[in-house]
Write a protein that binds this ligand. Structure first.
Ligand code: AHG
Ligand code: MN
Ligand code: MN
Length: 332
């Protein structure tokens, strides 16, 4: 049920939901909230870039016009760097993780963040929803030194918080700290996020399947069989096919309406396309908190031991009973 609670008030009221200090959580979410408003503003005028930014013009800040995913990357890094919470950050847009140890104070910070600053960026040019994904861990390396690779290569079940922002018909911030999934909608006139979707859960059953079917001939046999199952007649079937091509938007719709998202291995992407650390893990954490399930077809996503920052995995996520059935077909 929608309420008039703001995101800031909600964090304060639910302090005990965060296993560590509430001040740290507020500061983290505040940084993300702030950055997301800036990115939201940029996304909303994306169509104007060619007009406003023609002839190599610079923007209001005197900077060259940038691709939005590069811009979103900078905005989030800057917002998170300015807090005394994060010691390092990894991003889809950066080859290596970044240490915030320019002032050695940051070496005493306890958290690291992984982000996909702009997910679904190919949809920007055609005015279709995109998003930002974030994943937060406590560091495991020693305080007082720069962040280490081991801080970023933790299993997904160690996440302390994760979430996304979807820049859609309205802008929403959805996050979990392991005590349910809560969604906040931005009132653009006031610049305030309000709790609009408390304790989000997948509906009991779903009837949407989301997959890039153009890759059909390159899917594993089990996935092909499952797609035929989705298309055959039965209770609630044939299912409806919906695919936006922004993981965040596809997941958000399936969470609300009930459905399954699939990105299997394909010819071009033998290990799947999606990245474990800043796409699949945060979405898997949210999915489980919402009563759903996320696997690579055989194993829980949150139990995978990461080996590389930009590692890819096949990804199946959504209503538990739908993911279970898919796994059944893969096991055949
Ligand atoms: P990104 O824009 O961050 O690179 O992510 C794109 C991802 C994901 O959002 C989406 O679900 C998927 O790529 C779509 O891939 P296909 O175009 O291969 O279907
Ligand atoms: Mn992405
Ligand atoms: Mn991206």
């Amino acid at each position: 049920m929608p309420t008039n609670l703001t995101l800031g008030e909600f964090i304060i009221q639910n302090q005990e939901h965060f296993p560590y200090s509430s001040g740290e959580l507020s500061s983290l979410i505040n940084a993300i909230r702030l950055a997301s408003k800036t990115v939201n503003h940029e996304v909303n005028k994306a169509g104007l870039v060619d007009i406003v930014g023609a002839h190599g013009e610079t923007n209001a800040h005197g900077e060259d016009q940038q691709k939005l995913d590069v811009l979103a990357n900078r905005v989030f890094i800057k917002a998170l760097q300015n807090r005394e919470i994060i010691c390092g950050l990894a991003s889809e847009e950066e080859d290596d993780f970044i240490n915030f140890d320019i002032d050695s104070k940051a070496n005493n910070n306890k958290y690291i963040v992984l982000i996909d600053p702009l997910d679904g960026s190919s949809n920007i040019d055609v005015n279709v929803s995109v998003g930002t994904i974030f994943s937060i861990y406590r560091r495991v390396s020693k305080l007082g030194a720069p962040a280490q690779m081991e801080d970023f290569l933790q299993k997904g079940h160690a996440q302390v918080a994760a979430g996304y922002v979807v820049y859609g018909t309205s802008t929403m911030l959805v996050y979990t700290t392991g005590k349910g999934v809560h969604g906040f909608t931005l009132n653009p006139a006031l610049g305030t996020f309000y709790l609009s979707h408390p304790d989000m859960k997948f509906p009991k059953s779903g009837s949407i399947y989301s997959i890039n079917e153009g890759n059909y001939f390159h899917f594993p046999e089990g996935v092909k069989l499952y797609i035929k199952y989705c298309q055959a007649s039965g209770v609630n079937r044939p299912y409806t096919s919906r695919y936006i091509g922004s993981l965040i938007s596809d997941f958000h719709r399936n969470l609300i309406k009930g459905g399954i998202y699939l990105y299997p291995s394909t010819k071009n992407h033998p290990n799947g396309k999606l990245r474990l650390l800043y796409e699949c893990n945060p979405i898997a954490f949210l999915a489980e908190q919402a009563g759903g399930k996320a696997t690579n077809g055989y194993k829980r996503i949150l139990d995978i031991n990461p080996k590389q920052l930009h590692q890819r995995v096949p990804f199946y996520c959504g209503n538990t009973e739908m993911v279970n059935r898919l796994e059944g077909f893969l096991a055949q």
